[in-house]
Design a protein. Structure first.
Length: 316
């Protein structure tokens, strides 16, 4: 069996895989360009997904399984993958811990006026009039009540928050006081102090949040997007913040990435910009490889009990 990577894998993980599976031939490549000469022999591909195109799938005549070391799949060539009957799995869920910590930390930074405090420190300005607020006892609405949303809600409970989830099914989920379908979103936004989007990019979620949704939120609400940038179009988000419909937006994802240097978001005091880093963690690859090893066992045994198996037709 030939396993080819199109992304940089940590040395300790490479050594572990080679030692644990001596019967498997691993070709560790750091990007798709380096991997291209080996793709035609690959039975399994380890990738972050965004580098694969139809031409690569055509070349990979022996390819049976693609393991995506990411949760985002919006750039995968699914039509060609489905046509060739290739198995796809991903690492959905491993982002939940760092992304939940990111969400809470950013809300605390806003409530405790971290921007102002840092600027005052830089200027050596002793200003005790900085207006602090609390997040304890507030209401949080989370669009996307999967593994990440549930972990955000779990941490929110440490601050005694009321948690409201929005999901496709509307079924009850751990750590949520209420879960509603999209039809209940507009009504529930009026209750939310914090609105968190962890939505993936699918045809159903593009432009999920429109200006009318922000008009429904309290004027002192905080919106945080760490799912996919197209859940709210950049021009809509810009208009919302220019009109100050809500008090603050924390944006980790955008329709265009990297965010252009000239974009107004960079200079807006009521917007916090981070460069798509909410899921960054030193434990990211080890957690992803755990899922790969589980699925590798299923693949070799032919039992097909894969974790996070993806439906190519749906894209998730």
């Amino acid at each position: 069996m030939n396993v080819v990577t199109t992304c940089k894998i940590r040395r300790d993980i490479r050594e572990h895989l080679v030692s644990a599976y001596p019967e498997i031939s691993f070709q560790f490549c750091e990007d798709i360009t380096e991997a291209e000469p080996f793709i035609h022999e690959a039975e399994v591909l380890l990738t972050y997904g965004e580098d694969l195109h139809d031409s690569h799938i055509d070349k990979a005549s022996k390819l049976k399984w693609i393991m995506v070391l990411s949760a985002g799949l919006d750039e995968m060539p699914f039509h060609k993958i489905e046509e060739k009957g290739i198995i796809v799995s991903n690492v959905k869920g491993i982002h939940s811990i760092p992304m939940a910590e990111y969400a809470i930390s950013m809300l605390l930074q806003v409530s405790r006026q971290a921007k102002t405090v840092s600027e005052n420190e830089r200027l050596r300005r002793w200003d005790k009039k900085v207006r602090m607020t609390e997040i304890t006892g507030k209401t949080m609405l989370i669009a996307g009540a999967g593994a990440i949303g549930q972990e955000v809600a779990r941490l929110a409970k440490a601050f005694r928050m009321k948690t409201i989830g929005i999901s496709n099914s509307g079924r009850e989920k751990d750590f949520f006081d209420e879960v509603h379908t999209r039809s209940g979103l507009m009504t529930k936004l009026a209750e939310a102090d914090f609105v968190i989007s962890v939505l993936p990019s699918t045809p159903e979620t593009k432009g999920f949040f429109a200006k009318e949704h922000f008009e429904q939120m309290p004027s002192d609400a905080v919106f945080l997007n760490m799912g996919r940038g197209d859940a709210v179009h950049d021009h809509v988000m810009l208009e919302v913040m220019q009109e100050q419909l809500i008090s603050h937006a924390i944006l980790d994802v955008f329709e265009q990435e990297p965010l252009p240097e000239a974009h107004p978001f960079w200079g807006m005091y009521n917007v916090t910009v981070t460069p798509h880093i909410s899921g960054v963690s030193p434990d990211y690859q080890p957690r992803g490889i755990e899922i790969f090893e589980h699925n590798l066992k299923e693949y070799r045994n032919g039992t097909n009990d894969y974790l996070n198996k993806i439906n190519p037709r749906k894209g998730y």
